[in-house]
Unconditional design. Structure first.
Length: 83
């Protein structure tokens, strides 16, 4: 896996009560949840990136109040049509 660095002031860690490692994980989770919410990655890919099972990723989505079902109105209408 590749690494991305973010420069943050030391005060950020104290203000959030997080270690650099914990904050890094939290930022990664937030990014992956957002990518999923935007439809850029699937549940499976999100779980893979976070090294979680799909069930564990669904729990993460719940914590972030993001629906596991990402349908547009048109896709939902199509799924629900009985034609």
């Amino acid at each position: 896996m590749n690494t991305v660095s973010i420069d943050l002031p030391e005060t950020v860690f104290a203000a959030l009560g997080k270690t650099p490692k914990d904050l890094g994980r939290e930022i990664l989770i937030a990014a992956v949840v957002k990518w999923f919410e935007l439809g850029k990655i699937s549940q499976g890919k999100a779980a893979e990136i976070l090294e979680l099972s799909r069930a564990e990723f669904l729990e993460v989505l719940s914590l972030y109040r993001v629906s596991a079902w990402q349908y547009t109105k048109e896709e939902l209408d199509e799924e629900l049509s009985f034609e």
